[in-house]
Design a protein around this ligand. Sequence first.
Ligand code: AMP
Length: 211
Amino acid sequence: MNIVLLGAPGAGKGTQASKLAAEYGFIHISTGDIFRANIKGGTEIGKVAKSYIDAGKLVPDEVTCDIVKNRLAEKDIASGYMLDGFPRNLFQARELDKFARIDVCLNIDVPKELLMDRICGRRVCACGESYHVSTLNGATTCAKCGGKLYRRDDDNPETVAARLDTYEKQTAPLIDYYKAQGKLLTVHGGKGSPDGVFAEIKAKLDKLIAK
Ligand code: AMP
């Protein structure tokens, strides 16, 4: 099964993606992670991406679409994948439909007022786990791998405000795009624990898989 994970920054796409990967074996492909790895590695793509990411804007479509197209040409995706952070606008969604077959768009719906706090309080680990300061009890290392936790450069209030605005204007219209294709599956990610949200996702996905 090939899934597009949709949701505002802070909706919990990354968290749910790692649970989905553990449960179903789907490959997690995050364009944000790919850009951050390129920035860290000092590549040309990283140099282009950095200024956009720092401003809370979208990296140009040509760069992003090529990255995803190349990634989906690799063999490991044959048994299913999740795209996290792609597509992020209608152009990307239409391009994706030219080179991939998407089965489901999993939309994690979280009320706007929760997002700012969630992202600004977020602490992440290089292994992909993420936490919120309010539940860390002062811990500075990852409970899963022991790695050092850090705050993403773009998880500051100014950039987050720009990212939320970008989401509203450019990414939220994809909800209707996938609804029109009959592929939209919405779950409520605003209340309850990540495990509770995952239980809702799993129930809905299992129903689909059984069809
Ligand atoms: P994320 O980790 O998904 O929150 O992405 C972090 C940043 O990477 C975004 O704010 C964008 O600047 C950039 N980015 C990630 N995915 C895309 C995409 N599909 N199109 C354009 N820019 C992206």
